[in-house]
Design a protein around this ligand. Structure first.
Ligand code: N01
Length: 495
């Protein structure tokens, strides 16, 4: 076993107190807060050659976050130096590197180390972890792999015969020269609407295969002036006030999604105006206007998408794909369109985010099997039958209205308190009671009734059976309150 610098077995019957899988915002926050709680014997496993999570992986042209910069950072590591109101990918990735340095996380991070399996040893109350490099034991494990980490690659008849270039937006090939090429983009989600305006001016022709149009609002982006940067850096109360006001503004969006659908009519009106302002062709306008309630799928923010669709060299194809041939795509409209490159902007497999990793809890229970119809958890953090196992951004913690960093900090607080309880009280295992998890999920599901998310659209928020196990249905401060303390009474405890 190559335990790594953070592993010191000492007198304990295991190598590390905590093994964290994933080094994005969730994994890094876990590390920082464990250190703060005095727990230093932990490792963060990262399967790739560098840490940083989704904002390192997704580097397609135009990649940027649609949550404002000053809210999309840790509350305890605010950054006054954002250059734009909405952070570009490069700045977000640089921010994660700055955080790793500032909080001295590097000795804990093990790069190029993919989790293969984790098995709970009932007798000892420990996890046996196997990675692509070695194996070790951990008292507790934390999955912080995020839900948008596994690209969803659709299959189309004849796809394997395509002789041109094809890649997913999460595997962007910057060396590919788009100049003069005929390009097909499949998908019109958050990623596609950001990279299409970047590549359209370079290509000879772009066919955009739209299955469902998204609702898109203008993105109120602009440069942050040096005076603003100075003020935010040197007048700390101002930084907090600015962050708080931004938080409140975004939190209010939930009212339109859940409490006052009438507000949604205003959103729809503004979004329709946005289409009409840029698209003059009435047929195209109609096909770009969604027929579902705004918010049912994530509302996107972009200024240059519709003007790009109005370009001479861009054609939106609405009828779907019948077949892919070696140098063309045949649409369901029967038209064969020649193509040199296909870019899949087809999103992520949210329901199978852990992929092929084997996680076995009590009695050999496989997490993938348990979650095959949509994983359920307690407070998004623990799963019955998987003792001493925690998740950051687990089921029903996603958001359509505010910053995920806030949710990450809340969940991490709960998990750190749970881990501290296990370690301090020398507990063998802590496993959420089945009845507690069942009741919690039944309450969560009942809260979706009457919200925009149950208004009838198909989205990646839902499982194949239509259950929403992705979103948190309330205000983010409710989740903060829920995760304030670790409620040991909700758990079966062995000591
Ligand atoms: O993926 P998506 P994404 N045939 O799932 C279409 C986050 N993100 O990578 O709508 C044809 O949104 C699919 O069509 P439909 C953010 O949370 C955040 O763009 O299912 N089309 C859809 O149009 C976001 O929501 C930022 O009918 C197919 C598209 O592909 C999440 O990542 C920035 C298809 C997928 O859109 C995912 O975004 C970027 C098929 N077989 C991303 N399969 C921020 O700024 C799928 N589609 C925070």
């Amino acid at each position: 076993m190559n335990a790594g610098s953070a592993m010191t077995k000492g007198t304990k019957p295991y190598d590390v107190d905590v093994a964290i899988f994933g080094s994005g915002f969730g994994g890094l926050c876990m590390g920082i807060k464990l250190k703060e709680a005095g727990i230093d014997n932990f490792v963060i496993l990262e399967k790739d050659e560098m840490y940083g999570g989704t904002w390192r992986v997704n580097h397609y042209p135009g990649a940027a976050c649609d949550v404002p910069s000053h809210l999309y950072s840790f509350s305890f590591a605010q950054n006054a130096k954002w250059t734009r109101k909405f952070p570009p990918q490069q700045e977000l990735w640089a921010y994660t590197q700055q955080v790793v340095r500032e909080f001295k996380l590097e000795p804990h991070i093990r790069l190029n180390t993919a989790l293969v399996s984790a098995d709970f040893d009932e007798q000892l109350g420990i996890w046996r972890v196997v990675t692509s490099k070695d194996s070790f034991t951990a008292k507790t494990v934390v999955a912080a792999t995020g839900s948008l980490s596994r690209p969803s690659i659709p299959t189309f008849p004849g796809m394997e015969s395509f002789a041109g270039k094809m890649f997913h937006s999460a595997y962007w090939e910057h060396d590919y020269n788009f100049k003069g090429k005929r390009v097909a983009v499949i998908g019109t989600g958050a990623s596609a609407i950001q990279f299409i305006p970047e590549i359209a001016p370079k290509v000879a022709h772009l066919d955009l295969y739209q299955r469902t149009p998204p609702w898109i609002m203008p993105r109120p982006d602009r440069k942050i002036t040096s005076v603003e940067q100075w003020l935010l850096q040197h007048v700390k109360p101002m930084q907090w006030l600015y962050r708080f006001l931004t938080y409140l503004r975004y939190e209010m969006r939930l009212v339109a999604f859940t409490k006052l659908p009438v507000l949604n009519r205003l959103v729809r009106k503004a979004a329709v105006n946005n289409i009409n302002q840029h698209i003059k062709d009435p047929v195209l306008r109609a096909r770009l206007t969604p027929d579902y309630t705004p918010g049912c799928k994530r509302i996107l923010l972009m200024n240059t998408y519709y003007p790009t669709l109005a370009r001479e060299n861009v054609k939106v194809v609405f009828d779907g794909i019948q077949e892919i041939r070696s140098n063309s795509i045949v649409g369901k409209d029967g038209v064969e369109r020649p193509v040199d490159a296909i870019i899949l902007g087809t999103g992520f497999d949210v329901q199978h985010a852990l992929g092929e990793v084997e996680i076995h809890g009590r009695d050999g229970k496989n997490l993938r099997e348990v979650g095959k119809d949509g994983l359920e958890a307690y407070k998004g953090c623990t799963v019955t039958g998987f003792p001493n196992f925690f998740m950051v951004t687990g089921p029903n913690t996603g958001l359509g209205h505010n910053s995920m960093i806030y949710m990450i900090e809340s969940g991490v607080n709960y998990i750190v308190k749970g881990i501290k309880t296990i370690l301090d009280e020398k507990l063998t295992s802590v496993d959420v009671k089945p009845g507690v998890q069942r009741q919690y999920n039944s309450d969560i599901q009942s809260r979706f009734s009457g919200t925009v998310w149950t208004s009838g659209c198909k989205s990646w928020y839902l499982t194949s059976t239509g259950k929403n196990n992705t979103l948190w249905p309330g205000f983010t401060w409710e989740y903060r309150h829920l995760t304030k303390r670790f409620d040991l009474a909700s758990y079966d405890v062995a000591s």
